[in-house]
Design a protein around this ligand. Sequence first.
Ligand SMILES: [Zn+2]
Length: 311
Amino acid sequence: MLLSTTHLGTYLLSNMMILLLNLIKIPRLQLFYNKFFITIVVNIPTTSVFTDGSKADEHVGFGVIMDDASYSHILSVFCSVYTAEAMAISYALKLISSSQYRKFCIYSDSMSVLQQLEHIENATHPILLNIADTVYYLKNKGCDIVFCWTPSHVGIVGNEKADYVSRTASIPIEHTIPLADIRKSVQHYILNKWQETWDRQVNNKLHRIKPSIVLWPIFPIRGFDVKLTRLRIGHTWYTHIYLLSGDSVPLCTSCNEVQTVDHILTKCPDFNSSRLNFFKTTILDLNDLVGETPHPNLFSFLRDIGFLFGI
Ligand SMILES: [Zn+2]
């Protein structure tokens, strides 16, 4: 039922088992597969060690359940949930190294960590490399260590306990923080600060159209993308050339309103028939036309009203 997979001498459940366990996601099959999973756990003559990592708000922690005892620690807030999952396994190995038993099965719900352990030759994560070294060391000492993926949040007792203690962990532990985690945290912090600054720019024309700083897709044709950007920021040749030429602000000859992108695209009654033709309505908001997904008829409309080459 178990399949040898790596040169480390670690093992993962065979693909068939993982396929079966994936079916646990179907609610009416959960009870059946919970029993099935427990049968596996009971029938494998090893010491079961459940591990879990968690990250929520400002709390990062991991938990390990072994021999009905629980162990948990908090980690730096910079750590990712992936690192927390890896730290849980690393800590489990530390417990194993001082245990009287010889055969262990480490259960983790982190498929990504287990898959990376399976291909440790490609890994760069420092804790995973440490796990690999420790498994190798313990194997040479005569330990038999098996890794097994377990689905999470489906009532498997060991996994539920590990999940609980990881989320409620309160004791710090000295540990290294992977550079990738720090880089991601710094990036997240900078983006948050940028968003906070942008949130205050309520008088900026672009803010109304794009309140979030997340990246928007780029138009495949560069010329259209440039025009779209000018419409979004409200600065076009036609509406702003007066700043360079020294002329007065251009006014709409029909409405006597200042010529703005908003006036031309959504307000000026001169273009209502074109709006009806291309957008099937005359009641429009700039977001409808130049938002994240521009209206498919936008450029046809601009050409029709003679504004396309004034942008
Ligand atoms: Zn007008």
